[in-house]
Design a protein around this ligand. Sequence first.
Ligand SMILES: Nc1ncnc2c1ncn2[C@@H]1O[C@H](COP(=O)(O)OP(=O)(O)OP(=O)(O)O)[C@@H](O)[C@H]1O
Ligand SMILES: [Mg+2]
Length: 238
Amino acid sequence: MLEVEHLSAWYGRTQALFDVSFSLQTGRCMALVGTNGAGKTTTVRSVLGLIRTAGSIRIEGEASERLATPKRVRRHRIAVVHEGRGLLKQLSVFENIVVGLPKSAYGRLDEALDLFPALKSRLSEPVTLLSGGQQQMVALARAVAERPKLLLLDEPSLGLAPGIVDEIYGHLGKLRAAGLTMLLVEQNIARARDFADELCLVQTGRSAFTVPATDTEAVTGLMKLAFNQDQPVRPPLA
Ligand SMILES: Nc1ncnc2c1ncn2[C@@H]1O[C@H](COP(=O)(O)OP(=O)(O)OP(=O)(O)O)[C@@H](O)[C@H]1O
Ligand SMILES: [Mg+2]
């Protein structure tokens, strides 16, 4: 579904990525993990074509580096939940879910809301009246309504209480079970390991290390590497 090779990326003249490579198979989940400022969000932005890059980005087998963002997103049905959710604060819950969707897609709303029934009674409320967890569900409902083939998730659990994070990951688990391919940014390595198929450690703009989530020894090594920077990580689940 997505093959990134030797990716570099720049904000103006500042280089943020130097050499990021990973490969995400259809129906699988790759977690990008790493400390603050490592380049995870920049990798997501690069996949979307939002910033200047060099290197190779193949989506569904097609070279996509030169495809502008709107075309890239439509052609490959990519949905994204941005870091910080990217909701429009002056709009209602309903408006946030449908903004930018073609009218013909409104039929999918029921599908999206069936995943998040708690939102059904809140549709006309300003989105800002919802809790952080509920707002994250709005962002997810919006992404689901786009019926994506590839879902990019940038720290869906950021700033949420552990119970709510469990709930969000419960929803994400349903989407995975339905076969959706996911690129997940997650700072919590234990959480990433429990959810994803593979973990790619990003450090200073480089993909330092990619390991299967089931390889306990390799994940421990990856945790140590991440630990030795500045990020405390909870120990592996028993
Ligand atoms: N808009 C921007 N303009 C200039 N530099 C930026 C911009 N956004 C990010 N950077 C720089 O790019 C590098 C990678 O940042 P990025 O946001 O990708 O990190 P991250 O891994 O997502 O971190 P976090 O976990 O804190 O979200 C950092 O050095 C950061 O300062
Ligand atoms: Mg980020």
